[in-house]
Ligand binder design. Structure first.
Ligand code: PLP
Length: 454
């Protein structure tokens, strides 16, 4: 053995605080607005949906927020997660660049999602909440929250986007195994679901619709709160545990990235790996380029509009200042289910607007091709979402080679693809096609919005 492949930390090195990038942003995000009055909302408006501690975190500008002892203790079930130097991929590409990846697929649910599911369930438990309602796209968030709720004795009710419910039956069984109840969304259990079904009985569902259903259940039941797996400030902050560990690991390897890459759904795993490095960008330290990668079928960052929009389809959530394709936009049924969301979190949207982060959109065939090259050189079969980061890393490494330079590239391997094998089956059978949204489709969806422009 000549080269060290794995860079690992001890349990005692798990960070004690999450990093809140709000403290260092040159322009803070605009405030969320009330869906009815369009006035800025206060903590009391969110109280029916979230426990007070999470509301405080949502609006906090404190730079560091302590991770509760009980949460750190549960984190040790899978954290610290390993970082790998991708020698196999580097060799397969014949690149002079160095590639590292942080692997979040070692968590019980197989993705980064438990990093926030556990603290969210914990704060709900502390405030006496009996049940949490939520949505899930590809099933990853629903499994993570079912797992976390089980640990704290809370009931978990999940609205799962119908195409995924039908395409990924084992994700549902996983949620059931951890005690979660799962409904295909749109369902006839809520007013929101019935409204959608009345318009389109064949609706494949979307994250936006499933959020409406879960919010409705929480808003109309006293003992039930709502929980979101991405987009919101506190969710992004919980995920910074990824980047904070990565900083320590790269320090051990004596390295620092030029480029940090992650796939982008609502922004949580991207924020998780990139924000702790961007802290240095924003405070006069070493600079990285942070690149968020979205699918061409759902290109809110690269082709959406920066304006106020709802987080859900029916218009029940607060209005968030975000890059959006419009809350009625229903993305094509690509295989990266976790990236099929019409909008982006307020913090990541502001950072993109201010040129502090970059975004790119890639077609799914290029992503699957990258996923196959990765699994064939590094072993791990990546989640279809994660292949978007890998495809971008390959582009960056090739470009560096063409320019005759060597870059250090870090990416987030946010999950494994063991529940996405039907997607790989389709790819191997040559059945995967690319979806590029037309200009007209995007303008038509945005034209329907009567939410405030910015
Ligand atoms: C949920 C999910 C995503 C997308 O959500 P983000 O909040 O943007 O991270 C990406 N990859 C995996 C594996 C996921 O589970």
């Amino acid at each position: 053995m000549t080269q060290q492949r794995k860079i690992i930390l001890q349990e005692s090195e798990i960070p004690t605080h999450w990093y809140n990038i709000m403290a260092d942003m040159p322009n803070k995000p605009l405030p969320p607005l009330h869906p009815g009055t369009h006035q800025p909302i206060g903590p009391e408006d969110l109280a029916p949906l979230f426990p007070m501690e999470l509301i405080k975190q949502e609006v906090s500008t404190d730079k560091w927020i302590e991770i509760p002892e009980e949460v750190r203790d549960i984190y040790t079930l899978w954290r610290p997660t390993p970082m790998y130097r991708a020698y196999g991929l580097e060799k397969a590409l014949g690149t002079k660049s160095k590639i590292y990846y942080k692997y979040e697929g070692v968590s019980p649910a197989g993705s980064h999602k438990p990093n926030t599911a556990v603290p969210q369930a914990y704060y709900n438990m502390k405030e006496g909440v009996k049940k949490i309602a939520t949505e899930t796209g590809a099933g990853q968030w629903g499994s993570a929250l079912s797992f976390a709720c089980k640990l704290f004795g809370i009931e978990c009710e999940v609205f799962m986007v119908k195409v995924s419910y039908e395409g990924k039956p084992y994700r549902k069984v996983m949620m059931n195994t951890w005690g979660g109840t799962v409904h295909a969304s749109p369902s006839s259990l809520t007013h929101a679901g019935k409204t959608i079904l009345a318009k389109d009985p064949q609706s494949p569902g979307s994250l936006g619709i499933a959020i409406s259903e879960a919010v409705e259940v929480a808003a109309t039941n006293n003992d039930t709160k709502y929980s979101l797996g991405s987009v919101l400030n506190h969710v992004l902050m919980h995920q910074t545990i990824i980047g904070l560990e990565a900083l320590k690991q790269l320090e051990k390897a004596g390295d620092y990235p030029d480029i940090v890459v992650a796939p982008f759904g609502g922004g949580s795993n991207f924020a998780g790996i990139a924000f702790p490095f961007l802290q240095n960008n924003l405070t006069g330290g070493k600079k990285i380029r942070a690149i968020a990668v979205e699918p061409t079928s759902c290109p809110k960052l690269t082709r959406g509009e920066f304006r106020y929009d709802f987080g859900d389809t029916v218009g029940m959530t607060p209005l968030i200042p975000m890059y959006t394709l419009g809350h009625n936009f229903i993305p094509s049924p690509i295989h990266a289910g976790g990236l099929r969301y019409h909008g982006a979190g307020a913090i990541v949207s502001q950072l993109l607007k201010d040129g502090i982060i970059e975004a790119n959109a890639i077609n799914q065939t290029e992503c699957f091709e990258a996923g196959l090259l990765f699994s064939g050189s590094e072993g791990i079969i990546p989640a279809p979402e994660a292949t978007h980061a890998i495809a971008e890393v390959i582009r960056q490494a090739k470009q560096a080679d063409e320019e005759g330079v060597s870059k250090t590239i870090l990416f987030n391997l946010c999950g494994h693809g063991h529940f996405d094998l039907s997607a790989y089956e389709n790819y191997l059978a040559g059945k995967i096609k690319d979806y590029e949204v037309s200009k007209d489709e995007i303008s038509a969806s945005l034209a329907e919005l009567d939410t405030p422009a910015i």
